[in-house]
Design a protein around this ligand. Structure first.
Ligand code: ATP
Length: 248
């Protein structure tokens, strides 16, 4: 459903993505694993089109030159030149790293803001779904985003992304800084979201271990290059991958 081929991103002369090709099929959960600075967020920005906004902002400010090339096909359309807003309307929705929720808005307001692309009926139905998949948010509806725990903020960030009616959800390091228990809960919910809403999901993380139970396929990024890919079993059977990304 989403296939990127030969993605290259330069920040000035610094090569952040080097000829990266990845894909995610319908109803799949695809992992992208890589250490700090491997290029995970850069990849998510490229797929969601946010990179075009960042490039434009930099150009207007006379800042660094960002170069972006390659191809991204989504359901047989080339979308490499499409703006992030168009991609969001097509159903490609990014849930960014570090959550970026609105701290001065309540949980309910955050969710409603996320539903700006939805019809009133869709927004209502999705809102009910968000509280079903993340019951902990139900009693926090009127709490300000800034007063939530890290795990609650992450639930809210995913809930807000769901309100935008994604067909493919890009989760950038959703487990960062969370307890193992919270990580397991979020991964369980992520699988439920794929199964119940028929949403494909690409998820980046530094460590594969908490994510591995839910993925169909994964790619390993190192210094901006996709160095390895495979099914869960293929990666688990690779001793280098096991020690570097699974901590086994
Ligand atoms: P992390 O886990 O730390 O978020 P990451 O895998 O998401 O890492 P990216 O944020 O994509 O990595 O960064 C890839 C490389 O590009 C890094 O070396 C980073 O310093 C560099 N980089 C990212 N954004 C910019 C920018 N706006 N300008 C210059 N260099 C950047």
């Amino acid at each position: 459903m989403l296939e990127a081929t030969g993605l290259m991103v330069f920040y000035e002369n610094m090569l952040a993505l080097n000829n990266v090709s990845i894909r995610c099929g319908e109803n799949q959960i695809v992992g992208v694993f890589g250490a700090n600075s491997a290029g995970k967020s850069t990849l998510m920005y490229a797929l969601s089109g946010i990179m075009l906004d960042i490039r434009k902002k930099e150009e207007m400010a006379g800042g660094e030159r960002i170069t972006l090339t390659g191809s991204i096909r989504y359901r047989d359309q080339e979308i490499m030149a499409s703006k992030s807003s168009r991609r969001a309307r097509l159903g490609i929705v990014l849930c960014p790293e570090r959550r970026r929720i609105f701290k001065e808005c309540s949980v309910l307001e955050n969710l409603k803001i996320g539903g700006y692309l939805a019809t009133a009926a869709q927004a209502q139905e999705t809102l009910e779904y968000v509280f079903k998949v993340f019951p902990a948010l139900t009693k926090l509806k009127s709490r300000l985003g800034g007063f939530l725990s890290g795990g609650e903020q992450q639930m809210l960030a995913i809930g807000r992304a769901l309100m935008a009616q994604p067909k493919i959800l890009l989760l950038d390091e959703p487990l960062l800084g969370l307890s193992p228990l919270m990580q397991a809960m979020l991964m369980h919910a992520t699988r439920e979201i794929r199964d119940e809403r028929k949403i494909s999901i690409i998820i980046t993380e530094q460590y594969a271990r908490p994510v591995i139970p839910i993925i169909n396929y994964a790619f390993i990024l190192e210094n901006g290059s996709a160095v390895l890919e495979g099914t869960r079993e293929e990666l688990m059977n690779n001793p280098d991958v096991r020690s570097a990304y699974f901590g086994i």
